[in-house]
Structure formats: structure tokens, C-alpha cells
Design a protein around this ligand. Structure first.
Ligand SMILES: Nc1ncnc2c1ncn2[C@@H]1O[C@H](COP(=O)(O)OP(=O)(O)OP(=O)(O)O)[C@@H](O)[C@H]1O
Length: 258
């Protein structure tokens, strides 16, 4: 069996907030098509680590995607490298329709000037039509077919989270990062989400997922990274990490949701 190529490489990543070291010298790699879970007790640095990889907080260290170095602290660079983030709480435009929200996720490379808009209008029209069809496809994938004309604010919290996922898919992620995607979903919705993420991986996307639902992480992930007070204390298969005494100690008094 040939080893899979490295899709994401993180070296000596650190984030400080004044005296708090939220992420402390963390290094790891994620292989192409791998699904990696990121877990740890509350305040262990999971969201901050995703923030650092998305370029929205200042961070030290090195990051590369598919072998290309990404400058930390600049959100545009990870996005160009197709390192796409789904936030913990939905970051939608509440008054826009579901379709428009998803279309916002797709890159619009055409017609950035008046000149281009006029002379390339038939090409732009085709591109817009294709963007709209893609958006409808992604809405269908997350179970929101038929909701395209509803305003995002009309959706339930769980549906808004799925809409946010559809928008991330419209961006064509190489690496999809999800922050607590199962929060606010019931058991049936969580199972649908798990199957959908497995299917997305099957199609070639690498996934990093932060979640507190251990059953969800175990069923979904090939490998799990465990953080404690900003440090990476263990990594391995779900069975390996849960048997690790450092992980058991980290969770003592802060039992993960079963
Ligand atoms: N903007 C900020 N300013 C100051 N401190 C912060 C900031 N963001 C996070 N922190 C601190 O960094 C540490 C890590 O927080 P973070 O939210 O990344 O943890 P987490 O593992 O995602 O927690 P949870 O599971 O509760 O979401 C905590 O001590 C937190 O208080």
C-alpha cells in the first residue's frame, strides 16, 4: 500500500493572547483524504487552532497546504489554497435567501470591472448560471432542497448550520475545517451529517473536525488529535487515544459527552 501524500502540514504553531498561550508549539500532518478529529477539554485551544489555520488570528509557526507554504495571519491565503472553514456559530447573511448565501461561498473570478462586465457578459451569464446550479446541488446535498428561496433567518439553528456547510462546499474545499458541526443537531441529523462528511471525503476532500460528541468523532475519524491547555498531548486512531493515560487524565473531571 502506498503512503498518501501530505495535504496539510502544521509546524510549531503557537498563538498567544497576552499571557495566555492558547496554542503551544503544535505540529501535525494530515494526509490527503484523511478525516482527522481535534478534541480536548473546554478551553484547550481547538477553536484557536482552527482560527490560526484560517489566518484570522496572529500565529507563529508554519503552515503548508499540498506542499505550498501559507503565510499565517492572512485569511485570503488559506482561502486561495482552498482551506475552507465552517464556523461554530453560523456566519450567514440572514436576510438573503439560502441560494444567495450558498452562491456567496463560490469564487467569482469573472467581470470584476465594468469593462469586463460589458464585454464578457455572455461568459459571465454562463458562469452565474453554473454557480447557481452548483449552489442548488450543494443545498440538496445538505438536505435543504426546496429551501432555496427562504431567507436564511427563517431556518432553524440546525438548518442554518447545514446551510453554512453548503456554502463551504460551494467554495470547493481541498481541506474542510468544521468547528463543532454536530452541536445543535439531534441524533438523526448527526447521523446524516456523519454520512455526508464521509461522502465528501470519498470525493477527495480532506477534513479536520472539532467536536465534543465522542461517538460522532469515533465513527467518523481515521485519526484523532488531542489538545490539553494548548498542547498536542496525543494522536492516533480513536481507540488508541482513548486508551492513552494522558488523555484519560486530561478528561478527568471534564468527561467528554458519550
Ligand atoms: N480572543 C481571545 N482573547 C483572549 N483569550 C482567548 C481568546 N480566544 C481564546 N482565548 C483563550 O484561549 C484558550 C483556548 O480557547 P479556545 O476557545 O480555543 O478553546 P476550545 O478548546 O475551542 O474551547 P471550547 O471547547 O470551549 O470551544 C482559552 O483559555 C481561551 O480563554
Amino acid at each position: 500500500m502506498t503512503a498518501k501524500a501530505t495535504e496539510l502540514s502544521v509546524r510549531n504553531l503557537s498563538v498567544r493572547f497576552g499571557g495566555v498561550v492558547a496554542v503551544d508549539d503544535v505540529s501535525f500532518e494530515v494526509a490527503q483524504n484523511e478525516i482527522v478529529g481535534l478534541v480536548g477539554p473546554n478551553g484547550s485551544g481547538k477553536t484557536t487552532l482552527l482560527n490560526a489555520l484560517s489566518g484570522v488570528v496572529r500565529a507563529g509557526g508554519r503552515l503548508s497546504v499540498a506542499g505550498n507554504e501559507i503565510t499565517l495571519g492572512r485569511p485570503v491565503q488559506p482561502r486561495r489554497a482552498k482551506l475552507i472553514r465552517v464556523f461554530q456559530s453560523p456566519q450567514l447573511c440572514p436576510e438573503l435567501s439560502c441560494l444567495d448565501n450558498v452562491m456567496l461561498g463560490a469564487d467569482d473570478a469573472n467581470g470584476r470591472t465594468l469593462f469586463a462586465a460589458w464585454f464578457l457578459r455572455s461568459r459571465m451569464w454562463r458562469a452565474e448560471t453554473s454557480r447557481m446550479n452548483d449552489a442548488l446541488h450543494h443545498l440538496g446535498r445538505v438536505g435543504l432542497a426546496g429551501s432555496e428561496d427562504r431567507a436564511a433567518r427563517e431556518l432553524t439553528y440546525g438548518e442554518q448550520r447545514l446551510l453554512e456547510l453548503a456554502r463551504a462546499l460551494a467554495a470547493g474545499p481541498r481541506v474542510l475545517m468544521l468547528d463543532e458541526p454536530s452541536a445543535g443537531l439531534n441524533d438523526a441529523e448527526t447521523l446524516i451529517l456523519r454520512d455526508l462528511l464521509m461522502q465528501i471525503r470519498q470525493e477527495g476532500t480532506t477534513i479536520i473536525v472539532v467536536d465534543h460528541k465522542i461517538d460522532f468523532i469515533d465513527a467518523l475519524c481515521d485519526r484523532v488529535l488531542v489538545l490539553e491547555i494548548g498542547r498536542l498531548i496525543a494522536q492516533g486512531s480513536p481507540a488508541e487515544v482513548w486508551a492513552d493515560s494522558r488523555v484519560i487524565d486530561a478528561y478527568l473531571g471534564a468527561a467528554p459527552d458519550a
